[in-house]
Design a protein. Structure first.
Lengths: 380, 293
């Protein structure tokens, strides 16, 4: 009997506290990030960013006088776990909105749960499938890969470059980029004259590049994340290839220049998210101030530079708080509010959502940059 | 096919092949003295690169001092690995030992990840980055370092195993451990030596490739696997056959990527591995051998 009464008291206390917190007006934001595991390079900065922003908002008195409370779970990059935790967030923690998951695979797995339970989900993964076709309750903050690809091809059109050699990594990022560049190239009248690939752990790409050198294309587009592109950049220098080299937005960080060496990276062009190049942006750019503040606050709190990936969580946070200010705190009101976001200035770009577009970013999310003396310089 | 392209494929293949060879010899030294495949070999390659970086960045040592320091540290790690993981084994059947080395490799990788993070790092090249042109093909000074150091290590290896008392004793253990024990050779000590030598060699391989290929906590997996292929092609000999195995593997990979398709690059090396295991399990150059009982 004693046990049961003890449990009863605990439950009562729990209920009391729960009602107390509701009375004070707390908005619960759930988050699923791959904080550990192979995708932790995404999840870790996302978690830190969200925690930092929520603390900041609460210190300033909350949103519309209501405190924010984050319930963040680590999915370890595992889709099954992500689904379980999403259910837990909705059923046990009773959150009004979910930010995350970090990867496309997890997001696709969680989408049916969010749709069924009618809770808005703002994915931090880049896969185009997440919001294409549009799902009523699902949004995402990273720009689609094809936006970056289009940015490169538009620039190439200006330079009158016609033939492309592709060199892509054989993982999800590389193969999705490869498909999308091929489709876009066909639409825009380019011809892909070489289509080479490399493994994510490969350490020497001179063979592929020698072949490309023999074909003499107008430009090389490499699609991958570190360290592959850095190896390729070194190999290009070694082989003395003078063909213009384009990289993807996947390497838009100082780390890439550091790995490849400023000497070898000289002249490489790529579409970069604006966070990477904010100090090179003109003062008139609407994002310039926000990006600078984010980077400095992040550096102050965690001692490292802010990354594009953490920016995805930043975007999601702004979308949610924007919606709460505008529309209200119930899941349906938040969803409607997010869908009405118009030119919302954030890290990844200016978000303009609509019932037909649940990503809301366009070509302006990226800047074409060129590496000059180990630093970014914006291409006009 | 223009000549300069072919030459470039061959040179690229040779320089990657030399790395595979160096790692492959590490495998075969341990195999010959204990009869097990040490799947943690790749992790010592990683340790070489990461430790050098650690000494340069944190202790501010110059490159020439960081290299021997990290080889020594890696050797100490090899010694500890043998003492703590291999030797305490009550019933050292090959399958137990192989599983222990796999466990050890996961442990070392995890520990390095916690210590040094998940980032990829680059080491400065030993002497400049200006490419050297040879008849239309180019290589980097670092490639010469790789080829040179590989040659020196192989020569030293040969000398050690055929002309020093410890080396000869180690070979004796590999032929017949029990008999070697009966004539007064401390077999367990020889096993310890073999782990130390191969971890030092692995670390050296990791250091000389790091300026080209960069290094991170997980580079050991793929390099280890390729080194293993080289050792298999060479029939697990700790001499010239494994070196040739590594070079053949490197050149075939590079020619395959250049002439057929880069999509099949890794497939090529693993198809070779399977073919060798099916058709000539004693290695490309080995004589068929009767089962040692």
């Amino acid at each position: 009997m004693k046990k049961i009464s003890a449990v009863f008291i605990v439950v009562c206390l729990g209920l009391m506290f729960a009602s107390v917190s509701f009375a004070a007006g707390t908005i619960k934001i759930g988050a699923l990030f791959a904080v550990t595991g192979p995708a932790s390079f995404l999840g870790e900065p996302e978690k830190k960013t969200l925690e930092m922003l929520i603390k900041e908002a609460n210190d300033k008195g909350g949103i519309n006088g209501m405190k924010l409370e984050a319930v963040i779970y680590d999915t370890t990059g595992d889709a099954t776990k992500a689904v379980q935790l999403a259910t837990k967030l909705i059923k046990d923690d009773k959150v009004s909105v979910i930010i995350g998951p970090s990867t496309t695979g997890e997001s696709m797995a969680v989408i049916p749960v969010a749709e069924k339970e009618k809770i808005p989900l703002i994915s931090c993964a880049a896969g185009i499938k997440i919001t294409d076709p549009v799902k009523h309750w699902v949004f995402k903050t990273p720009a689609n890969d094809h936006v970056a690809a289009e940015k490169i091809l538009n620039y190439m059109t200006k330079q009158k470059q016609k033939t492309i050699a592709l060199l892509t990594v054989t993982d999800g990022f590389g193969s999705s980029g490869r498909e999308q560049i091929k489709v876009l190239a066909r639409q825009k009248g380019f011809s892909v004259v070489a289509d080479e690939v490399y493994g994510p752990k490969d350490t020497d790409m001179t063979a592929q590049l020698t072949k490309i050198r023999g074909i003499k294309p107008d430009a090389i587009i490499c699609w991958g994340t570190n360290p592959g592109p850095a190896v390729i950049t070194k190999n290009v220098k070694q082989l003395g290839i003078k063909i213009p080299l384009y990289m993807s937005h996947g390497v838009a960080s100082k780390k890439y220049i550091e790995l490849a060496g400023a000497d070898a990276a000289e002249g490489v062009m790529l579409p970069a998210g604006k966070l990477a190049v904010y100090d090179a942006l003109p003062k008139s750019d609407p994002q310039a101030k926000l990006l600078k503040d984010y980077d400095q606050a992040y550096k102050k709190t965690f001692g490292v530079e802010a990354s594009t990936f953490g920016g995805y969580a930043y975007d999601a946070f702004l979308l949610v708080t924007g919606a709460i200010k505008k529309a209200g705190t119930s899941p349906e009101q938040i969803r409607t509010g997010i869908e009405q976001s118009h030119k919302l200035v954030s890290v990844s770009g200016l978000f303009t959502m609509s019932p037909k577009d649940h990503n809301g970013l366009d070509l302006s999310a990226f800047e074409m940059v060129k590496i000059v003396k180990g630093d970014w310089s914006i291409l006009k | 096919m223009p000549f300069d392209q072919l030459l470039q494929y061959a040179l690229s293949g040779l320089s990657t092949g030399a790395i595979y060879a160096l790692i492959g010899i590490g495998f075969s030294i341990i195999y010959n003295s204990t009869g097990i495949i040490n799947f943690a070999q790749g992790e010592f390659v990683m340790l070489g690169g990461m430790l050098t970086l650690f000494y340069i960045n944190l202790l501010k040592l110059p490159l020439w001092a960081a290299i021997p320091a990290s080889v020594l540290t890696a050797t100490a790690a090899g010694l500890l690995f043998e003492r703590l993981a291999i030797r305490p084994l009550r019933k050292p059947t090959p399958i137990n030992m192989v599983i222990i080395t796999i466990g050890g490799s996961i442990f070392i990788r995890g520990l390095s990840m916690l210590l040094w993070g998940k980032d990829t790092h680059s080491l400065p090249p030993f002497s400049g980055e200006e490419p050297i042109a040879i008849a239309g093909a180019t290589i980097l000074p670092q490639h010469l370092w790789i080829l040179g150091i590989t040659l020196v290590i192989i020569a030293a290896n040969k000398y050690f195993f055929y002309h020093t008392i410890s080396g000869i004793a180690m070979r004796a253990c590999s032929y017949n451990g029990r008999a070697a024990g009966l004539v007064g050779i401390d077999v367990r000590r020889m096993v310890l030596f073999s782990f130390m030598i191969s971890s030092a060699m692995g670390a050296m391989a990791g250091i000389i490739v790091a300026p080209l290929t960069m290094t991170s906590y997980d580079v050991g997996v793929m390099l280890g696997l390729k080194g293993f292929c080289a050792a298999i092609i060479g029939g697990m000999s700790s001499g010239a056959a494994t070196v040739v195995g590594g070079l053949v593997l490197g050149i075939l990979e590079s020619l395959g990527a250049g002439l057929i398709s880069s999509g099949y690059k890794d497939a090529i090396s693993f198809i070779i591995l399977l073919l060798i295991l099916f058709i000539r399990p004693q290695g490309l150059f080995g004589k068929a051998e009767s089962e040692r009982v």
